[in-house]
Design a protein around this ligand. Structure first.
Ligand code: COA
Length: 363
């Protein structure tokens, strides 16, 4: 029996050596960078536009300020431009140039155009070769989904260096009147990027576990309804503008409902990732949750029994930047030395869709 096993396994190895090699390929973060616009908008600034106050916003969300592009309708400062700035920093950190990038995965819910997506614009702005550029539409979970796509391409041996970006400009599309105050105080602008690269090192470094989830029956609990095939298109806006209501045009969020689902899904997804990798919560060096709401992150931290220094939050400064929030937080945690080489880190997100998921990796 042993001889037969030996013969068969050697035969397979001889016929398909590439398959065995690919089992050893892992994705590691080779570079990272972020960009946020200079224009700081404090809670007091917002209280000049709508009936709100610093106390309400701080108490319910933890947010003190966020960044908005200077001019809300500036056609030069677009999502792809923000992404370019973050990507250039990530390339520099990785010691690579745009020509070294094999593929782009771009997560955003606020693209420059309805179509095409912003990935192709980034390919052009960076001066990459005519590489593929894929847009991911998973809102707050966008970056986690984008990382999973990049990881799969790397593990399959298809690409070596993938630029993964999350970028958002919310400030152009929020309702800053009293009607929109439950949503508009939360969201901010920014971009973050990582270069995910292939490695065959045999140490544990790299992505260890990923999970992705969705529950589409809750799509309208957090959505922008207009601009699609269900509620209407530009044609409707031109021919029957009175039928196009504010609640179709601006983001609509059932805040309480989202909160309740988020505090369940975050720990579930984090535990799923840890279990898959054979790790325990106490093995975790840093948990970087999507910056949805400081109260959500604190709730999850408590539920998981994690100490303060193992949960990274920067929502106080930037608000919720959806797909950009995890990469911005990751970049800051790395720059501040709070994530170090060899650390076990989990990125977990929850958002519109509903969608949620995690990426667990050893840095
Ligand atoms: N300033 C002052 N008052 C505000 C306000 C604002 N910016 N926004 C809403 N209010 C008022 C409401 O009008 C309401 O007044 P009423 O009681 O007179 O009707 C009151 O505050 C409570 O509103 P409610 O929506 O019930 O508040 P909440 O405690 O649920 O907090 C959120 C609202 C949005 C902060 C909270 O639900 C939340 O954080 N949800 C999760 C959102 C999230 O994380 N989204 C991103 C997911 S990725």
């Amino acid at each position: 029996a042993f001889c037969l096993y030996y013969y068969v396994s050697n035969k397979i190895l001889f016929l398909y050596p590439q398959n065995f090699k690919n089992f050893m390929i892992k994705s590691v973060i080779k570079g990272y960078g972020y960009y946020v616009p200079e224009n700081v908008v404090t809670n007091d600034d917002l209280s000049k536009l709508m009936t709100t106050n610093d106390e309400w916003i701080t108490e319910r969300t933890g947010i003190k300020e966020r960044r908005h592009r200077k001019n809300r309708n500036d056609s030069e400062e677009t999502t792809a431009v923000f992404a370019k700035r973050a990507s250039e920093k990530a390339l520099e950190k990785a010691g690579l140039t745009a020509k070294d990038i094999d593929f782009i995965v771009f997560a955003t819910l606020s693209p420059d155009y309805y179509f095409p997506g912003s990935g192709v614009l980034l390919q052009d702005l960076l001066g990459c070769d005519t590489i593929g550029a894929l847009d991911v539409r998973n809102q707050c979970s966008g970056f986690v989904y984008a990382m999973s796509v990049a990881d799969a391409f790397i593990k399959s041996g298809t690409y070596k260096n993938i630029l993964v970006v999350g970028a958002e400009i919310h400030s152009f599309g929020l309702d800053f009147s009293d009607e929109g105050r439950g949503v508009s105080v939360i969201f901010g602008d920014g971009a973050g990027a990582v270069i995910l690269s292939a490695t065959e090192d045999e140490n544990e470094e790299g992505i260890l576990a990923i999970n992705l989830h969705s529950e589409g029956k809750y799509a309208e609990e957090l959505a922008v309804k207009f601009g699609g095939t269900k509620y209407g298109w530009s044609d409707r806006l031109l021919t029957e503008p009175e039928a196009v209501t504010k609640d179709m045009l601006y983001p609509l969020m059932n805040g309480n409902f989202v909160f309740k689902h988020a505090v369940t899904r975050f720990p579930e997804s984090l535990m799923e990732a840890l279990n898959k990798a054979g790790k325990k919560p106490e093995d975790l060096d840093m948990f970087i949750p999507h910056q949805a709401n400081l109260r959500i992150s604190q709730f999850v931290q408590q539920k998981m029994g994690l100490p303060d220094d193992k949960v990274y939050n920067n929502i106080q400064k930037y608000g919720n930047t959806t797909a950009a929030s995890i990469p911005i937080a990751l970049c800051e945690a790395l720059d501040e030395g709070k994530v170090k080489k060899g650390d076990l880190v989990c990125l977990t997100a929850f958002g519109s869709g509903f969608t949620w998921g995690s990426v667990l990796f050893k840095y």
